[in-house]
Design a binder for this molecule. Structure first.
Ligand code: SF4
Length: 566
């Protein structure tokens, strides 16, 4: 590591806060430095409350928050929790003669420290422009100037979501008709068969060679799918979902669609490695500790998850239940009648449960009869007021949403007693097609609401990309519900997006949407305890910044235990 260049960078950053630089460069012990910095921070924090702020309001709020965060990072409690001291790390970088054996700070690390200190000093630079002109006027004149400003802002913002292709664009619809014909020709099937969901199930593409005959693949894609089959890692794509992929393998427009189901070699190798180590649990959410009886998961006072089937028509690469799913559309994946009976009895015996989420796997893979039977049995339990069906079939297999299925489900949607809700999982506007729209509308016609859960990943987190999805979802009748940060599973490291990016997306991009469109709540799933609301600052604290630039958070879920995530 280049000692001089690291020090030069740190000096430049510390110049933002000369008093801090002086303390850190002194020959005092770490504990004395810590106390002096805390004292200094307390003084500026007091000043922000005592004096009339001389900095703009947003800078003032940021400064207050940055000081609190910095003080928290410096505390010995945080250091113990994080098992690392940011202060000592910086001190070592500045004072140690030999930096051998000390982790090299990344550019992300410098950037985090720089922004933290600028925040502390009220110099975050959030005000790039001068104050808006309308502030100098009142009445209609002010309103007109303000309106012109807002129109400008809306036009500028809309340019970003407009960059992302949507499956409802005429050009994309045409392209997909061609894809469909190519797939039908390969299978020697008819348009009539295409409309039958069972035909799609029978023809799920399960190997690299079939896939390669239908769309071009990169060498890595081909190799990863081949290895997935070899290692018995669930892989499959419905012909319908395959028709959403572009023929060329450049991932120019269909990156989110391909990434959803075509694994990387890293993923496949990691899955193999993790499976081989029996002591390593892939059950990241620790469902085994929240499952009072087979088929049921309970993490909240009045909600339970019922899992009657552990398979899907295709498996999402980042699926949190990938450890449970044996194969795509596997016949062994349906829970036995006896176990299902016991699960229903458990719900009936637990009067605190008012909401049952039927998920899996994808419960709409079951036959109409089975689905109807489950709903019938739940509808006989008086305290169950809401049944949620979690299904990705509107996205992966919209043909499954037949008139008869929706009619059967709708019999149990009785606004006086109980509602049935559909929660689906669109990841990208490229997945929104006329067929998906029709599937959603069928539920809506019977008065059932359809919500969406988005997993925010590397593949849908570009500027305003989630905004584009929310806008299109509302147009087809889907309400954005949750946006999840990906789970900390090792095999999907390359899907993960830092929590700060998710917070930034909500604060800067989603904020420009009408309230009826930005209805989703951003959440981080804490193992064993469930959803943690990232919007609520009281639910989490930053307790450190690691040399590679990652922040370490401490979460405060509603049932508090100490949980840290870097
Ligand atoms: S649809 Fe849901 S359960 Fe099925 S593979 Fe995807 S994330 Fe997993």
């Amino acid at each position: 590591m280049e000692k001089e260049s690291v020090r030069k960078k740190l000096f430049r950053i510390l110049d933002t806060v000369p008093a801090l630089k002086e303390i850190i460069l002194s020959s005092d012990s770490i504990d004395v430095k810590r106390n002096k910095i805390r004292e200094f921070l307390s003084q500026i924090l007091m000043a922000t409350f005592d004096d009339e702020p001389t900095i703009p309001p947003l800078e003032w709020v940021l400064s207050r928050n940055a000081i609190t965060t910095f003080r928290n990072i410096l505390s010995t409690r945080s250091e113990k929790l994080a098992d690392y001291s940011l202060l000592k790390y910086i001190d070592d970088l500045l004072h140690k003669e030999n930096l051998k054996g000390i982790e090299k700070p990344s550019s992300g690390f410098f950037s985090e420290i720089e922004h933290l200190l600028r925040g502390v000093m009220g110099e975050a630079g959030v005000y790039h422009e001068k104050a808006p002109a309308f502030q100098k006027y009142e009445g209609t004149k002010a309103a007109r100037l303000r309106s012109a400003d807002l129109s400008r802002m809306a036009r500028t913002a809309q340019k970003f979501p407009d960059r992302y292709p949507c499956g409802l664009d005429k050009k994309v619809i045409r392209k997909r008709s061609i894809n469909k014909l190519r797939i039908l020709e390969y299978f020697g099937a008819t348009e009539f068969e295409w409309e039958n969901w069972k035909w799609h199930i029978r023809n799920i593409i399960r190997d690299a060679d079939t896939l390669k005959s239908l769309v071009k693949l990169t060498n890595e894609e081909y190799q990863a799918v081949t290895l997935a089959r070899e290692y018995k890692i669930p892989f499959g794509i419905t012909p319908y979902y395959l028709s959403l992929m572009d023929y060329e393998a450049n991932r120019e427009k269909d990156y989110a669609v391909r990434a959803q189901v075509i694994p990387t070699t890293y993923y496949v190798e990691k899955m193999k490695e993790l499976r081989e180590h029996a002591e390593h649990s892939m059950d990241f959410m620790l469902e085994r500790d929240t499952s009072p009886i087979e088929g049921i998961t309970r993490r909240y006072p009045s909600i339970v998850t019922l899992k009657p089937v552990l398979t899907c028509p295709q498996v999402c690469v980042y699926c949190q239940r990938n450890w449970e799913i044996e194969d795509v559309y596997s016949s062994n994946a349906v829970i036995s009648k006896d176990k299902l009976d016991k699960a229903f009895q458990w719900i009936a015996d637990t009067p605190e449960i008012s909401e049952v989420l039927i998920t899996g796997g994808d419960p709409l893979l079951l036959s109409n009869n089975r689905i109807e039977n489950m709903l019938f049995r739940l509808s006989r339990i008086k305290h169950v007021e809401r049944i949620i069906i979690g299904t990705r079939t509107p996205v992966t297999l919209p043909q499954r949403i037949t008139d008869s299925l929706v009619r059967d489900i709708s019999h149990f949607h009785d606004p006086r007693k109980r509602e049935i809700i559909i929660v689906t999982h669109f990841e990208h506007p490229y997945e929104i097609t006329p067929q998906a729209l029709e599937a959603v509308q069928k539920f809506r016609r019977y008065g059932m609401k359809v919500y969406n859960q988005l997993v925010y990943t590397f593949y849908n987190s570009r500027k305003f990309e989630a905004v584009a999805l929310r806008q299109k979802l509302r147009l087809i009748g889907v309400t954005p519900y949750y946006t999840f940060n990906t789970k900390g599973k090792e095999e999907t490291d390359d899907f993960r997006v830092p929590i700060p990016r998710l917070l930034q997306e909500q604060k800067e991009e989603a904020r420009l949407l009408p309230g009826t469109v930005r209805t989703d709540e951003i959440v981080f799933n804490v193992p064993r305890l469930g959803k943690n609301y990232l919007r609520a600052t009281q639910h989490h604290d930053i307790i450190s910044i690691l040399p590679d630039g990652r922040r370490v958070y401490e979460f405060h879920p509603w049932e508090k235990v100490t949980v840290q995530v870097a």
